[in-house]
Design a protein around this ligand. Structure first.
Ligand code: BG6
Length: 498
């Protein structure tokens, strides 16, 4: 009954939102380092320059339809005070890692998810030799985790590609990134053998369609380039899995999908059909990474659109052989679609901003329009398990809020309510539906810069960080009410949700 004895409880982070220290330790720049801050209403921008000295910025990020930098523009940092780049300081984990890991250990975590900045290890992405300072930085982090019996989970690529590769090759549209990535992955497998058991290849690999620059370093992100880049990431993932299985048998390599159930608003079969198609568009990515081949519905779509996959001889066999060891996913809520716009109310975020999307009248949303769905985890877990019959791991779930810091803490009952409902629905999936679940990692356990908005105001953490949207503050850590609630929940292995 309930969660297994070795269930992995903890939190999840990503280097570009948390780590900072961008100019320290010989690191090279990543795509995320040239993205400016935004807000609820202002889109993040990618800054660039041209050979003739012209400079500017373009919103290639989430929520923008722009998919190209201007002709001849190269993404780069601009020394202009009108631009602020939040990844450069982020939550300054670079200088606070000992303190953060200790606080997480005291919260009861036995697992912590980090991402590694590829360009901290290979500053240009494809250098001959790795940067020892970068390797040592992560090694110290993993050693610190093991001091407290915390198992690290490492994402090899979480929304950052080495900037040099984006500029030189248009990112993952070019097959040369495959070998560069596999070299990076095997370098870290070897270096951290015995210290890191679990890796993920690409964070939210399916977000490539919505955010081609963020996810795959595409400075020209038309449909063909997106399809090619996704194809190359699949090949890189398969090669990485095979390399681990061959030389590092203790390592397990997982895939990572962004998923939220999609509901049809009405009982009209047309609504159910478009909901299914939306989900297929997401599950296409896990179909390839967990089943080892492109599903027919995607191949038909590509055929209709004239998209050609950059396939080489032997690739089909590679995809088949290199399926991932487990499926990990993020799940924050659900979305709702309809073919009857007159019956639905438009909203924001996944609460109704996209084409044919509407608010779900049964669900509440946070200030960014994200719909909170107390059954989303149970539904997601059942869908995955019935389709793939593989071990599953929820590596992101959480709620962003404009927390009020008063008297040295945050009284975040809304976060506790969210976690209570989500953990309960996950427990039901395990207890009543027999799902094989490896663990649960709460997203953004320590406050960090939001990915979509690039601001600090949208906080997820159970640990408060004193920093504002422009990286000003003491960076002092304080514990919110949700910290103590989660501590109690973990101590009871998910039984005590009061
Ligand atoms: C996931 C990403 O999509 O959602 C994280 O993997 C991100 O990087 C998280 O931070 C929450 O999104 P946001 O935009 O609120 O930070």
């Amino acid at each position: 009954m309930g969660f297994s004895k070795d269930f992995l409880w903890g939190g999840a982070t990503a280097a570009n939102q948390y780590e900072g220290g961008v100019f320290e330790g010989g690191a090279g720049l990543a795509t995320a380092d040239v993205m400016t801050n935004g807000s609820h209403t202002v889109r993040r921008q990618v800054t660039w320059k041209k050979e003739d000295g012209t400079t500017g910025s373009t919103p290639l990020c989430f929520g923008s339809d722009e998919r190209d930098l201007p002709e001849g523009a190269v993404p780069c940092l601009l020394d202009d005070e009108k631009y602020y780049y939040p990844s450069h300081i982020a939550s300054d984990f670079y200088h606070h890692y000992k303190e953060d890991i200790k606080l997480c250990a005291e919260e009861g975590f036995n697992c912590l998810r980090f991402s590694m900045k590829w360009s901290r290890i290979f500053p240009n992405g494809d250098d001959e030799t790795p940067n020892e300072e970068g390797l040592k930085f992560y090694e110290d982090i993993f050693d610190e985790c093991h001091k407290y019996n915390i198992e690290p989970l490492v994402t090899l690529s979480h929304y950052e590609t080495p900037l040099a590769l984006a500029a030189k090759y248009n990112g993952w549209a070019d097959r040369r990134l495959v070998d560069a990535f596999v070299k990076y992955a095997t370098t870290v497998f070897k270096r951290y053998e015995g210290k890191v058991k679990y890796y993920l290849t690409f964070n939210e690999i399916n977000c490539i369609e919505a955010a081609p620059f963020v996810t795959a370093g595409l400075i020209h992100g038309n449909k063909q380039n997106v399809a090619s880049a996704a194809y190359h990431q699949f090949i890189a993932s398969a090669k990485t899995v095979l390399a681990a299985h061959k030389d590092f048998p203790s390592i397990k390599v997982g895939m990572m999908l962004a998923f939220g159930p999609c509901y049809g608003l009405t009982a009209d079969p047309e609504d159910q059909l478009i909901a299914m198609q939306r989900e297929n568009n997401t599950l296409f990515f896990s179909d390839v990474q967990m089943l080892g081949f492109y599903p027919q519905y995607k191949l038909e779509e590509y055929k209709r659109e004239g998209i050609v996959l950059p396939k080489l001889e032997g690739d089909d066999e590679l995809l088949k052989a290199g399926v991932c060891d487990f499926l990990s996913f993020s799940c924050y809520g659900s979305s709702t679609v309809t073919t009857h716009p007159e019956e639905g109310e438009k909203g924001e975020g996944n609460g109704g901003s996209q084409e044919r999307q509407v608010r779900n009248p049964y669900l509440s949303t946070n200030a960014w329009g994200w719909a909170t769905d107390p059954q989303c985890l149970r539904i997601a877990l059942n869908k995955f398990y019935n389709r793939y019959h593989c071990p599953l791991w929820c590596v992101e779930n959480g709620i962003g809020w404009n927390d009020k810091f008063e008297d040295g803490t945050v009284h975040d009952d809304y976060r506790i309510d969210y976690m209570r409902a989500n953990i309960k629905s996950m427990r039901d999936a395990v207890e009543y539906d027999g799902i094989e679940l490896m663990g649960y990692l709460y997203w953004g356990c320590v406050d960090m810069v939001s990915n979509g908005e690039g601001e600090m105001a949208k906080r997820y953490g159970q640990i408060y960080v004193d920093a504002d949207n422009l990286g000003k503050g003491t960076f002092k850590r304080s514990l919110k009410d949700s910290y103590y609630w989660y501590q109690k929940c973990i101590k009871s292995n998910g039984e005590d949700l009061d």
